[in-house]
Write a protein that binds this ligand. Structure first.
Ligand code: MTE
Ligand code: MO
Length: 318
C-alpha cells in the first residue's frame, strides 16, 4: 500500500501535527500495514528518531553503497520480539527505552551503573559506516553512531584477571512478546574476548543514520562488531560483565556445533546449514533479487583484526 499524505498546507504543519502523524504511522507500522513500503520522504520523516549530534569518522567510511534506511529498520533479527524478520518493526514499539541503565561490573576496579543519557555524552558521537554480515547469508552497509567500547571500559578499571566480556540484553516479558517462546535461552547473552572488546572497531552503538537507535535495531544501546556475524552484536544491553572464563552464549547453548564463540566472518568455514562463501547485499531496492557477492574473510576487516587471531586455527575456533 501507499502512504496517504495528509492534506494540510505547509503553513499548517506544526510540531504537533507532525507528532500526531508520527503516532499514526507508528501504529500502522505496528499493524504491519506498511510492509516494506516505507519509502516516501514523509514516512522517513515521520518515523525519525531523536537526531544526534554526530561527526563522521573518516577512518571508517566505505565505498560500498549504504543499505536504505527503510531496509535497515524493517528487516531485522531480534528474537525477543519474534523470529520473523518483520516482527521487530511491528512489535518492538512496546520496548521502553527511558529510563535505561547499564551496569558495568565483574572483574573491574570501579563497577558502575551508567544512565543511557550520560553514555550519550561520555564521548563525541562518531558516524562509522560498517559492513554487517548475518550468518543466514544477507548483509547490509549501515552508518552506525557511537564510539569505541574501549572508552567505556576505561571508566571502570578492568582488572588483570578479566579475560572476557559478557553482554546481557534486556529480558522483560511485559515488553517483549518473543520471550514466551524458548527458541533460545533468555536473556540473550553474547560475549567477546577482552582484547576483541577493546579493539577500536568494536562500537558501543547508540544510533544509526544520524539518529537514536530505532527500537528494532537494539535501542537504546547495543554492540557492533563488524568482522563477526551479526548475532555477536547484542541489542538493548542492560549489563556488561568482565569475567575470567569464556561466557556461555545463548546461541552456543541453542546449538554448539552451529554457533562458535568467535564467529568471525569466514568464507572458508561454512555453517552446517548455510554456506558462508557468498552473501546477498541488501543495498538497493532489489532486496532479495540482488546478485550474490563474495564474502570477505573477517568481512573485509582483516587488515585491522587478523592479528587478534595470529596462530589460531580458525576452523577449530569458529
Ligand atoms: N538481543 C538480541 N540481539 C541480537 C539479536 C537478537 O535476536 N536479540 N539478533 C542478532 C542477529 S542474528 C543479527 S543479524 C543482528 C541484526 O541487527 P540489525 O537488526 O540491527 O540489523 O542483531 C543481533 N543481535
Ligand atoms: Mo544474524
Amino acid at each position: 500500500m501507499k502512504l496517504q499524505l495528509p492534506s494540510v498546507k505547509s503553513s499548517e504543519i506544526t510540531p504537533k501535527s507532525i507528532f500526531e502523524n508520527r503516532r499514526e504511522i507508528l501504529k500502522m507500522a505496528a499493524a504491519g500495514a506498511l510492509g516494506l513500503e516505507l519509502s516516501s520522504w514523509f514516512a522517513r520523516e515521520a518515523l525519525a528518531q531523536t537526531k544526534l549530534n554526530v561527526k563522521q569518522n573518516p577512518a571508517y567510511t566505505l565505498m560500498d553503497k549504504q543499505t536504505p534506511y527503510k531496509d535497515v529498520i524493517s528487516y531485522n533479527n531480534f528474537y525477543e520480539f519474534g523470529t520473523d524478520k518483520s516482527d521487530p518493526i511491528a512489535y518492538a514499539t512496546s520496548l521502553v527505552t527511558r529510563p535505561w541503565k547499564i551496569s558495568v561490573e565483574g572483574l573491574v576496579g570501579k563497577p558502575k551503573v551508567f544512565d543511557i543519557d550520560d553514555l550519550l555524552k561520555l564521548m563525541p558521537l562518531e558516524e562509522r559506516v560498517y559492513r554487517m554480515r548475518c550468518v543466514e547469508g544477507w548483509s547490509m552497509v549501515i552508518p552506525w553512531v557511537g564510539y569505541s567500547l574501549s572508552h567505556l571500559l576505561k571508566q571502570v578499571d578492568p582488572l588483570g584477571s578479566a579475560k572476557y566480556i559478557e553482554f546481557t540484553s534486556l529480558a522483560d516479558k511485559k515488553q517483549m512478546r518473543g520471550l514466551s517462546s524458548d527458541v533460545i535461552q533468555w536473556p540473550y547473552v553474547e560475549g567477546l574476548r577482552l582484547d576483541e572488546a577493546n579493539h577500536p572497531l568494536t562500537l558501543l552503538t547508540l544510533g544509526l543514520y544520524g539518529e537514536a537507535l530505532p527500537n528494532q535495531n537494539g535501542a537504546p544501546i547495543r554492540i557492533v562488531t563488524p568482522w563477526k556475524y551479526g548475532f555477536k552484536s547484542a541489542k538493548s544491553i542492560v549489563k556488561i560483565k568482565l569475567v575470567e572464563k569464556q561466557p556461555t552464549t545463548s546461541w552456543f547453548l541453542a546449538n554448539p556445533s552451529e554457533y562458535g564463540f568467535y564467529s568471525n566472518v569466514n568464507p572458508e568455514v561454512d555453517h552446517p546449514r548455510w554456506s558462508q562463501a557468498s552473501e546477498r547485499r541488501l543495498s538497493d531496492d532489489k532486496g532479495f533479487f540482488a546478485p550474490k557477492i563474495k564474502t570477505l574473510k573477517f568481512n573485509g576487516y582483516g587488515d585491522q583484526v587478523a592479528s587478534l587471531y595470529a596462530g589460531m586455527d580458525l576452523k577449530k575456533f569458529y
